[in-house]
Write a protein that binds this ligand. Structure first.
Ligand code: ADP
Length: 473
């Protein structure tokens, strides 16, 4: 009997592998779908699941000087940064402070929320300046990274479309985010100017571009995921006559909501979506980002546990959503001890599953591998999709057949800035991603495309955008 059950496990894992498979041919279909959807999202409002939001950032930082501050609000922690730019692509100094946002404030009023932030900024400035007088920061420019869906009206204004990630400050919805912050700063006696309001991926692109001029796109893969890139203003068809001094504009793709029938979806993904707070929404994000990967693995193990006894008696923990976080999943995946001790420990401590034989622990690692490999390779396809849209994938782009990425027949060096815990802290994920980008592009083009890690990029980038959009510059 036990042999038959083992076969059930093997079969279920094989089915998972087949449904989640990402051979390069399928990845290329995803590349094409991404490029086509980008085009559709730029053609008309609501033309695609990709919102392709205008950011009004038309000049990326490039050799700014001076001291700038930034605030980053986007999750349970918020960050305050001070950076000193030394022109010529150098960051002379940086100070970063992380502060948890009290749960109660996440559902309070906009006044209370922004008062808290303004006070924290004031205390930070006083500390950083060694008791420097607040008057000395008079007029200083502030960058504001706000990672919620915002409809921007200029580079330094925009209204909140909706809250996500557990925030629910109702009086903020449809209000101008910068105005709220600016008022709170005045209430605290801080004479500072919010010069840039940016999405986190846009901040990452800004710092990437400051450090390396060939940076054309940025991707964030943390709790959630998003991407942005530099587009030609005349390609933004839905907004004719767009004012841009550079002829370009950064587009915030909101790519977490990308969808295509070519995505290798499994029954576990369908279940996760149906049971989520936002069914039919953020389909791409649910297959690739840190909030979800651990939970996909939990769902697979749950099914294996129902169908066999290789994980012992069915643990009730396996039916608890999000009990297995992505960092724990990564720790199991990267366990290199011969008897998979770490796997055993996490199974016991997190899932209440004890004394599992080695072959079951190996199954656990295998499932983590399948889920992470698919996620990393889909991100790679998304990145190449962006490159294809702007003619930097070596094929000449999708639109006119004009070969934009080439200079006298040669592909140009192309850099993509990447930020987020999944890429920076999960080594296997990063390796799968890098490898898949090279595989999709092929060996001739791959050497021209470089992925660069940006730590704290989004916040630093916001400060840089404050610098380049400073009213006094
Ligand atoms: P944010 O919450 O703003 O996206 P990060 O970019 O730091 O912040 O991403 C944090 C996310 O990255 C976590 O929610 C987690 O899913 C993932 N993560 C962090 N560390 C690891 C790790 N060692 N292995 C796998 N995933 C990780």
């Amino acid at each position: 009997r036990s042999r038959r059950r083992w076969w059930k496990v093997v079969t279920a894992v094989q089915e998972l592998e087949a449904a989640a498979a990402t051979p390069v041919g399928r990845l290329r279909q995803v590349v094409d779908a991404m490029a086509v959807e980008m085009h559709a999202g730029l053609a008309s409002e609501g033309g695609s699941k990709l919102k392709m939001l205008l950011t009004f950032v038309d000049n990326l930082p490039d050799g700014e000087n001076g001291i700038y501050y930034a605030l980053h609000v986007g999750g349970t922690n918020f960050r305050i940064l001070k950076i000193q730019l030394g022109g010529q692509r150098s960051i002379l100094g940086r100070d970063v402070e992380r502060k948890p946002i009290p749960q109660s404030l996440m559902t309070s009023t906009s006044e209370e929320f922004f008062d808290f932030i303004a006070l924290a900024l004031k205390e930070f400035i006083e500390r950083m300046g060694n008791n420097l007088q607040l008057s000395q920061v008079r007029g200083k420019d502030l960058g504001f990274t706000f990672s919620f869906p915002v409809k921007q009206t200029s580079v330094s204004s925009g209204t909140l479309i909706k809250w996500t990630k557990g925030f629910a400050i109702e009086d903020m919805v449809e209000k101008d985010v910068v105005e709220c912050l600016q008022k709170a700063l005045s209430r605290r006696g801080l004479d500072m100017n919010v010069a840039a309001l940016v999405n986190d991926s846009v901040g990452t692109l800004a710092v990437g571009h400051f450090l390396d001029k060939d940076t054309v796109a940025a991707v964030v893969i943390g709790t959630g995921t998003n991407a942005c890139y530099l587009e030609r203003a005349d390609a933004v068809i839905k907004c004719q006559g767009l004012l841009s001094t550079s002829g370009g504009m950064v587009i915030n793709m909101e790519w977490g909501n990308f969808w295509s029938s070519h995505l290798p979806r499994t029954s576990y993904d369908t279940d996760l979506d149906v049971e989520s707070q936002n069914p039919n929404d953020q389909g791409f994000e649910k297959m690739i980002s840190g909030m979800y990967l651990g939970d996909i693995v939990r769902r697979v193990i749950h099914r294996l546990s129902i169908e066999s006894d290789i994980f012992g008696p069915l643990s009730y923990k396996l039916s608890t959503r999000f009990v297995l976080s992505t960092p724990l999943m990564a720790a199991m995946h990267e366990d290199d001890s011969p008897d998979l001790r770490e796997v055993a420990k996490i199974l016991e401590e997190t899932l209440d599953i004890r004394d599992v034989p080695l072959k079951a622990r190996k199954i656990m690692v295998k499932v983590c591998d399948v889920v992470t490999r698919r996620a990393a390779r889909l991100v790679a396809a998304g990145i190449v999709g962006i490159l294809k849209k702007i003619g930097r994938d070596g094929t000449g782009g999708i639109s006119s057949g004009r070969i934009k990425g080439y200079k006298s027949g040669k592909m140009r060096r192309t850099v993509v800035a990447v930020e987020g815990g999944l890429y920076t802290s999960y080594t296997v994920f990063r390796e799968y991603l890098n490898e898949a980008v090279a595989e999709i592009l092929g060996e001739e083009i791959a050497p021209y495309v470089i992925l660069k890690t940006m730590e704290d990029g989004s916040g630093i980038g916001a400060a840089m955008l404050a610098a380049s959009n400073s009213a006094r510059s």
